[in-house]
Write a protein that binds this ligand. Sequence first.
Ligand SMILES: Nc1ncnc2c1ncn2[C@@H]1O[C@H](COP(=O)(O)OP(=O)(O)OP(=O)(O)O)[C@@H](O)[C@H]1O
Length: 367
Amino acid sequence: MASLLLQNIAKSYGTVEVLKDIDLDIEQGELIVFVGPSGCGKSTLLRMIAGLEKITGGDLYIDGERMNDTPPSKRGIAMVFQSYALYPHMTVYDNMAFALKVAKMPKAEIDQRVRNAGKILQLTDYLDRLPKALSGGQRQRVAIGRSIVRDPKVYLFDEPLSNLDAALRVDTRIEIAQLKENMPESTMIYVTHDQVEAMTLATRIVVLNNKTHTIAQFGTPLDLYQRPENTFVAQFIGSPKMNLLPGTISAAQDTTTTIDVTAGGVATVPVSAAGLPSGTEVQLGVRPEDFVVAQPGDAVIFEGQASYTEKLGEVTVVYFTPRDGEDSVIAKIPGIADVSKGTQLSLTASPDKLHLFDASGHSFFYK
Ligand SMILES: Nc1ncnc2c1ncn2[C@@H]1O[C@H](COP(=O)(O)OP(=O)(O)OP(=O)(O)O)[C@@H](O)[C@H]1O
């Protein structure tokens, strides 16, 4: 059970910079998720914490002790990989007991630890089975069990669900959430590609930016969704991604800022752009799910003709013809909307759902 502190951690392979300026203060009992585009360095950061990858700059502390040069086996961490590689000829019990036997732990203690892990992971009825007689999700749980019996300070998970099919992923995700609830003191770090996994499992999420090689934001799932610090996070968290509508400031009041949207339309955002002159270029952020069809009298933020629609039953996703050099604007309208290709729609959104970014992509909320 441990806290982790990463100070100014950097990683490069020769002259190729992969990560820099990584500062993280992780409290005991947290489940931290690393997300980011492919190649942003999620696994590399996890492997540096594990000691499987050399740290090229900065300091790593586990429970206050500097660990940069400590071998993996002495760091008190356990890592669960996506390929769980169980010993096929050993029972579930023996798979979990194996490392403890090698470490010459007394038999009674091994038995107590294995049965306890079996209970936590709901594997009690399967302890005598061979891996081939288990489902993929159950096998992954045995792999997690091998970590639990070692009672590590920190659990590291590298995409543990990515080998499972979609339905099993959902079940196993819920099991991991329950596992964490059963082990509230344990500190866990989890790498995933899957946003839903990140949003549902994490106490806090680290979003890594593959262009700057730095942390784009470190915060709670809802913080990242409701108050993204920059357009990178705004468009990475949420699906379909947040619309960014170019515009200019028409009035910067004390607590609100009014924007003329370049495509037509106007929006008043409850953030201050104090001191910025009219005409300053900004980007208005609206999530597809926050757009609503405007009623007479509403301030219209965006107006356009549907170029494509997807009727998914619970929502209708409407794509609008993109303007030159811009992405298609997307709106998610609840239910089965009476919209098809060519339908003209006027959209608005509640002011408290709007986001405002400067031309370089920083949110005004944090200014
Ligand atoms: N041994 C190596 N030598 C040179 N570059 C490497 C090496 N290992 C990784 N990299 C580079 O470091 C970057 C980060 O890789 P990493 O696997 O950590 O990314 P990731 O975010 O986990 O990606 P993915 O989501 O695709 O698994 C990538 O650009 C990769 O090409």
